[in-house]
Design a protein around this ligand. Structure first.
Ligand code: FAD
Length: 351
């Protein structure tokens, strides 16, 4: 692949999670043109929310922190969208659900987008969608040299039964979880500089259970739940519990999200959602003390939920070939890590 030309260039960004969106909006601001591709219906990736008859749930990231000044400045572009959540009072529970530590000291605010976490990536993706630079429901199957100009790249994609080829890209930027990026590069017989290091990145799955208890809203019927709204737990099945209805800008109907531990999720990766729901409901009763039957529940498996071992640098950029990689896994496991990685890849690519 020829070295990237100077001046405005045309990029493909694969993945419209927070890393891909941060990367894309920075490149557009710098005067480049691009198309973002994502296999999902809506942007946001693991910053995802879903509806239920009883209100919404954040089924991926629960909240985010704001430590990087560039992330803080980007949040100023969506005033009022994100609000601090009282998860400052996050408890730590032992295996039986007993509070073992007083609330963690409120060193920093925990922020949520309202009415759901998916609203932040959705808002930042709006200008891309408005400019027809966002191709949702489009899975990239292969990256290959452009048939018309081998100095550029083309992508083979699938949208349902339809197959397309998009060409004319000076560079391709993968904003995918590390194992998915490695798979796509391997399928495409590409080994950009730095690919071998990806093998050292470790990501763990996470089963997430969402529960709604509308009866708890009828005074005197049921006394539900603990005094806290969010807790980390050392129960072997449960890592995290949050009362969704306690987050700002949400429906008041009592709703809980439970995240299973990485070890338990891995052990049960091939179980059905029904089986997992039954097991996690038992654990939920033990830890939260809520034994009522939920009126609504759903379980979702994230196969690459959280980074256990990051890459240790903010992005991978092979300038000679025009292939870049970004994502939370480059530096950590948080929304903010994904943003910083996407931003820094864009700055490196812009030069
Ligand atoms: P992703 O969000 O994974 O985006 C990748 C995108 O690529 C996806 O949209 C996917 O659809 C798309 N894609 C994949 N393959 C293809 C393909 N072949 N073609 C086209 N598109 C493709 N972080 C926090 O800061 N606080 C938390 O409380 C928190 N809790 C979490 C809880 C759970 C259950 C999970 C799963 C994550 C949590 N995180 C949390 C982590 C946070 O969600 C991630 O760090 C961040 O969202 C990652 O963004 P990303 O852009 O790097 O990747």
């Amino acid at each position: 692949m020829a070295p990237a030309p100077q001046g405005p260039r045309h990029f493909a960004v694969i993945g419209a999670g927070i890393a891909g969106i941060a990367c894309a909006r920075t490149l557009v601001q710098a005067g480049h043109s691009l198309t973002v591709f994502d296999k999902a219906v809506t942007p946001g990736g693991r910053m995802a929310s879903r509806d239920s008859p009883f209100g919404g749930f954040d089924q991926g990231a629960q909240y985010f922190t704001v430590r990087d000044a560039r992330f803080a400045r980007a949040l100023e572009t969506v005033p009022g969208l994100c609000k601090p959540w009282s998860a400052n009072a996050i408890r730590v529970l032992d295996a039986h659900g007993r509070v073992t530590e007083a609330p963690l000291p409120a060193r920093e605010s925990h922020w949520v987008a309202a009415p759901g976490m998916d609203q932040l990536p959705a808002r930042w993706a709006q200008p891309l969608a408005g400019a027809c630079q966002l191709e949702m429901k489009t899975r990239v199957m292969r990256i290959e040299p452009d048939a018309l100009d081998p100095g550029q790249w083309q992508l083979r994609t699938e949208s349902g039964d339809a197959r397309h080829v998009y060409g004319g890209f000076d560079a391709v930027l993968l904003a995918l979880p590390a194992p998915q990026a490695a798979n796509l590069l391997n399928t495409s017989a590409l080994a950009p500089k730095g690919l071998r290091k990806l093998a050292g990145v470790e990501m763990a799955p996470c089963w997430t259970l969402m529960l709604a208890f509308p009866n708890a809203m009828q005074p005197g019927l049921v006394t539900l739940g603990p005094q806290w709204n969010a807790a980390r737990s050392t129960h072997h099945r449960v890592a995290w519990l949050a009362r969704e209805s306690s987050k700002p800008g949400r429906e008041q109907i009592e709703r809980w999200t439970l995240q299973a531990s990485a070890a338990w999720s891995r052990e049960h990766e091939n179980d059905s959602a029904e089986r997992v729901t039954a097991k996690l409901l038992k654990a939920f009763a033990e830890v939260a003390g809520i034994r009522a039957t939920p009126a609504w529940s759903d379980a979702r498996l994230w196969r690459q939920a959280q980074t256990l071992k990051p890459l240790g640098r903010p992005y991978v950029w092979d300038a000679a070939r025009g292939i870049g990689l970004c994502g939370d896994w480059c530096i950590g496991r948080r929304v903010e890590d994904a943003f910083v990685s996407g931003l820094e890849l864009a700055l490196a690519v812009h030069g």
